[in-house]
Design a protein around this ligand. Structure first.
Ligand SMILES: [Zn+2]
Length: 282
C-alpha cells in the first residue's frame, strides 16, 4: 500500500519497517507535502497498525478493507469544525483512548490540522503523550511543525513530507482575487473569479479555504498567530480578511465550499460566482 504513494523513499521505508516489525511508536507527526498524499499515507500507516497479516498493510484482510473505506472502529479521526483544535477535543480523545480497542490490537487516532491546536490543547496533548498506553497510536497531520511545543515534538516521530504543494500560480491568483474583493472592485473581482474558475478547482478551493481558515484563526487568536498560519507570507492580507468579515460569514462560505466539493456536478464558473457573492456580501 505504501509502494503506490508518491513520497520520499526513506519515509516509505521507515513506515513500512515500523509496521512490519511491529515497532510502532505512540505518536507521529506528518507535516508538509501534498495534503491528500499525506492523508493517504496516514491511512495506509493506520491500516498497517491494525492489520493482522504477516506483511502489513496487506490490503486484503478485514482490517485493511475497513481502513480503506475509512470505516474501521479502531481508526478514529479527530477533525475540528472550528478554526482550531481545542482542549475539549483532546479531552474527548483522552477519554476514548482510555477505552480498549474494539476489534484490533491497536487503536489509531488521526488528528487533522493538528497545527491549529491552541496552547491549552497542546498542554493537554502533551500529558497524553507522556503517559502512553500500549495500544494507542496518535498521528498528527500538519502543514508545518513550527507551531508545536518542542516538548510535543520530542514525543513524536516526526516526518517531513517536503514543501506544502499549494500551487504558487493558483495561490497568486487567489491573493489578487481577495484583494480585488476587499477593494470593492466588482468588475475586476468577477473577472478574477472567472480566471480562477478556469484553473484546477481542487487547487483553487484548497487556496481559498486556507486563506479563510487563516482569517478565522486570526480572529480567534486576536492576531497572535504568525507561526500557525498556512499563508504566513500573506499575513497582511489575512489580517485584512479577518477585519472585513465576521466569523459567521467566513464559516458560511467554508460550508458552501465543502458542500460543493462533495458534489461531482459542480460547474466551476457558477461555483466561483457563488463564492464571490458570499465574499462580497455586506
Ligand atoms: Zn491487512
Amino acid at each position: 500500500m505504501f509502494e503506490e504513494l508518491r513520497i520520499a523513499e526513506p519515509i516509505k521505508y521507515a513506515l513500512s519497517k515500523a509496521v512490519s516489525e511491529k515497532k510502532i511508536s505512540h505518536a507521529y507527526l506528518f507535516y508538509g507535502g501534498d495534503e491528500q498524499t499525506v492523508e493517504k499515507v496516514a491511512w495506509a500507516f493506520a491500516a498497517g497498525c491494525v492489520c493482522t497479516s504477516e506483511q502489513p498493510p496487506c490490503g486484503v484482510c478485514a482490517h485493511c478493507r475497513k481502513a480503506a473505506q475509512k470505516a474501521h472502529a479502531d481508526i478514529i479521526v479527530l477533525r475540528s469544525d472550528e478554526a482550531s483544535i481545542k482542549i475539549s477535543h483532546i479531552r474527548q480523545m483522552q477519554y476514548e483512548i482510555s477505552l480498549m480497542p474494539y476489534e484490533a490490537e491497536k487503536k489509531v487516532y488521526i488528528v487533522y490540522q493538528a497545527d491549529s491546536m491552541q496552547k491549552p490543547a497542546q498542554n493537554s496533548l502533551l500529558k497524553l503523550l507522556e503517559e502512553p498506553n500500549e495500544y494507542a497510536i496518535i498521528i498528527l497531520l500538519a502543514q508545518s511543525k513550527s507551531g508545536f511545543y518542542p516538548t510535543v515534538l520530542s514525543r513524536c516521530q516526526v516526518y517531513d513530507f517536503g514543501p506544502a504543494a499549494m500551487d504558487v500560480h493558483t495561490r497568486q491568483l487567489t491573493v489578487s482575487f481577495f484583494e480585488s474583493i476587499l477593494q470593492g472592485d466588482m468588475k475586476d473581482s468577477l473577472a478574477k473569479s472567472a480566471t480562477l474558475a478556469g484553473e484546477d478547482l481542487d487547487q483553487v478551493t484548497k487556496c481559498i479555504v486556507s486563506f479563510l481558515r487563516d482569517a478565522l484563526l486570526y480572529q480567534k487568536q486576536q492576531g497572535n498567530v504568525s507561526t500557525l498560519l498556512i499563508n504566513s507570507e500573506n499575513e497582511k492580507l489575512i489580517h485584512k480578511i479577518a477585519r472585513r468579515y465576521g466569523g459567521e460569514q467566513i464559516q458560511k462560505t467554508l460550508d458552501f465550499i465543502f458542500d460543493s466539493r462533495l458534489s461531482t456536478s459542480t460547474n466551476s464558473q457558477l461555483f466561483m460566482q457563488a463564492v464571490y457573492c458570499l465574499l462580497s456580501a455586506r
